[in-house]
Design a protein around this ligand. Sequence first.
Ligand code: NAP
Length: 300
Amino acid sequence: MKVGFIGLGIMGRPMALNLVRAGFRLVVHNRSRQVVDALAAAGARGAGSPKEVAAASDVVITMLPDSPDVEQVVLGTDGLIDGIRFGTLLVDMSTINPLVSRKVGGAMAARGAAMLDAPVSGGEKGAIDGTLSIMVGGESRDVERARPLFDVMGRTVTHMGPLGSGGFTKLANQIIVAVNLSAIGEALVLGARSGVDPEKMIQALSGGMAASRCLELKGGKILSGDFEPGFKIDLHAKDLRLVRQTADALGVAIPTTALVEQYLTALRTRGKGGEDHSAIIRFFEDLAGIEVRNGSGGGY
Ligand code: NAP
């Protein structure tokens, strides 16, 4: 199977590397060139455009920031659609609007090609370790074609239903992660103000009902002030916008998520959009006038 990979950022790069290491022949493309050279050094072949990738591939994976990026790469000038052959499979693993997935899938189908939407959860660590949870929408036969690739990149592969249902599941995931990180931030600020050692607090909370993957993966980083992304606030804000748009379209109220989206907007306005989403704690620190990691909380 010849595999194309487009979008070699925080997630795409380690996912593509794992595929190369597993023995797949990879053709890769990215907007900025440097990372393509890095992948080429690991054994992949670089391509100058999405069209070129498609012409050389049976299956093409995309891992791009947002819906307009996927539309541009697939349908734009020198796009994938210009290079596909009958039977090419597009596997879009980006988090985008599921309704856009369906539109792009329709354009692919009109050319005799197929599409899966297969967004992931598990973060940069899951991408590096090949342990992502992959939520897939599309036809069963296409899921089976892509399964050898999914098995390299992920540990949990769930076929959710038709095209778009992977995306809807991922948006549900993003609600839970955003609200969880927000709760962790609020809780740690209250704890710090009371004078309790935040490290001990995380240790205790991790053993009970408040334990979570967010607390496990992000707790230590929050305490050390390491907000290198990970998952950028800008991208999580994009996901909550997608939640709001799809909830609007479906007539569902999402008051809790809408509130957290406002915290992210405030942080982006203050220039924090490029930081990891765990930096949401900064919002609560500003309100309380303390910094958890500097132990400036004082005591009650
Ligand atoms: P990222 O680091 O910003 O990477 C995006 C990559 O896409 C960059 O390398 C970018 O190139 C490239 N790109 C953008 N537009 C392009 C175009 N028109 N043609 C070719 N390449 C293009 O983002 P990420 O964190 O990897 O996230 C990717 C997707 O996965 C997003 O939808 C995100 O929501 C989702 N996701 C992320 C995480 C996470 O923890 N990071 C977890 C789960 C899901 P440049 O180098 O030029 O910018």
